[in-house]
Design a protein around this ligand. Sequence first.
Ligand code: MG
Length: 348
Amino acid sequence: MAKITAAQGAGGERMQEFIREFVLKELDHDFGEIPLAALDDAAIIDGIAFTTDSYTVKPLFFPGGDIGTLAVSGTVNDLSVMGARPLALSCAMIIQEGFSAEDLHKIMKSLSSTAKKAGVRIVTGDTKVVEKGAADGLFITTSGIGKRSEHLDHNIKSVRENRRFEWNWPNDSAVGPGDKILISGTIGNHGVALLSFREGYGFETSIKSDAAPLNSLIAEGLKVGGITAMKDPTRGGVANLLNEWADKSKVGIKVREEDLPFDDAVISACEMLGIDPLEVGNEGKVVIAVVPELAESVLKAISKSPEGRKARIIGEASSDIRGVMMETHTGGKRVVEPPVGDPVPRIC
Ligand code: MG
């Protein structure tokens, strides 16, 4: 009998197939302005952005944050990348009997301080305690709602001044040929920080997780305008994100290796482990597609945020190619494939 595998929850191609087979087949998925079928970061229903995410990160505490930081940042970012202003979150916890009360206090403090930083409130929730062996310590699920950002009308208008644009919200299907592709900072830090901290890998690095809410940074970008799509490169990393955009927007994407921002320690850790840093998950980064006329201005605006200091333009969308192509350091070309599984499981 067929069984569910880890790869089906890993954020790559297997997960896309899994969602089609188990979710879209059974649920009514065409409801809303950005419906379930779009498989975007959040749905848009009656002008409200709505999203949910479960956090099963291992270990619960890691360099640069903990499951509480993640549970707020991830959901805030999934709302923000749709052009929504995050309003309120829910928080549901499944706690294993015997879990440390002190650890739970620490995690609740992180939840609270990250929510304050993002300017959102946690307004409803649920707690279940299950017997030993039924959950690995603690799992958290946060859902979030957001209103249309006050800067989004201006943003959409400025896109339409430059090209045809049928959408009212930035989304995965809206990247157009010529759009510049920006990233808000260095790639791979979260996944590598977690790996380095897990026992048994035998290496240490100074790399910290990048987990952070990005709603203020994104608002600065929207104020400038010209943004057609935004997405956070979480599970499956930048490689999966660019392939999802190429696929849904029916456009090719070219990136230049020399323009990809990496910390040296991330590169050396990935080389040692034999993993592709482009497939490693991030929790405090956003990739933004912008009409070329406004790309430099958006870059400048987001670079002023503390989370955007290392922002770069890394490539552009093009109708000349299919899929995702990287121009390498040596001037060669390499196809960037969507990851099949996950090089670093349970990072979020
Ligand atoms: Mg997302």
